[in-house]
Write a protein that binds this ligand. Sequence first.
Ligand code: DGP
Length: 114
Amino acid sequence: MSDTIFGKVIRREIPADILYEDDQTLAFRDVSPQAPTHFLVVPKKPLTNLLDSGQEDTLLLGQLLQAAVHAARTQGLADDGFRVVINIGADGGQTVDHLHVHVLGGRHLTWPPG
Ligand code: DGP
């Protein structure tokens, strides 16, 4: 995959409000929040999206979700709940071609999404 804006965030080439980091993942606030709390969790490995992942990424994908849960807890979302979304491709609404997990909370979220 080619480099993206999230690659630049991971390498600290552009600023971001970072909430959590471990050896494989990084969580930072979305620049265009759709809820009172809205952050993204990305693997440092540059996967385009879930379709780009393979069996070798099984542990990484688990770590990505664990990082999302950890950051959601520290952001105070655990009591009232929150939503985890992964957009894939054009119809999925993906605009940045680096796999990312959206975590949204802090208000009641309706279903289905638009
Ligand atoms: P998606 O549509 O699923 O590809 O979501 C991409 C999200 O990334 C979107 O909610 C806006 C966010 N975003 C785009 N550029 C930047 C950036 O430079 N910094 C941060 N923090 N978020 C960004």
